[in-house]
Ligand binder design. Structure first.
Ligand SMILES: [Fe+2]
Ligand SMILES: [Fe+2]
Length: 148
């Protein structure tokens, strides 16, 4: 059985909020975009137009994450976050990884629907993992700093 078929949608939890309004807003927005991507992946694209729409959506998801990473790093620097260098390195690694997978995605022949879907899901998983494993670590740093 192909488990990726049943990949769950993302549910935003209040505990994901960092208490930094701009970042919380962006994270929520990115969650929405990742869910919209999942909606898009539920159906096999029927024609060139639908394939192009999926490609555009995936490209937008990647671009918006990059813009968010730059913003997040600016805010972390402003707050003199000691883990900034490591976090920024992880952003760069992830950007490179997403770009490479996206390149492979765009090079797939029209018939490779399953391959396209798998790659889109891998990109999505990488972006989501970062939030869950790196950004939320920053949250505990923030809470410590505030003595909570
Ligand atoms: Fe983030
Ligand atoms: Fe991050």
């Amino acid at each position: 059985m192909d488990m990726t078929r049943t990949a769950p949608k993302l549910l935003w939890l209040d505990s994901f909020e960092m208490g930094i309004r701009e970042l919380d807003k962006e994270h929520k927005q990115l969650f929405t975009e990742l869910n919209e991507l999942m909606d898009c992946l539920e159906q096999v694209p029927a024609d060139e137009e639908e394939r192009a729409a999926l490609t555009a959506r995936l490209a937008a998801v990647i671009t918006h994450h990059k813009a968010h990473y730059a913003h997040e790093e600016t805010l972390m620097a402003r707050r003199k976050y000691a883990g900034l260098e490591t976090h920024a390195r992880e952003h760069r690694r992830l950007e490179k990884e997403s770009d490479m997978m996206f390149e492979t995605f765009t090079a797939l022949p029209p018939s490779a629907n399953e391959g396209r879907r798998t790659l889109a899901l891998r990109i999505r998983d990488g972006l989501l993992d970062h939030f869950l494993h790196y950004d939320l670590r920053y949250k505990s740093h923030m809470l410590d700093a505030m003595g909570r």
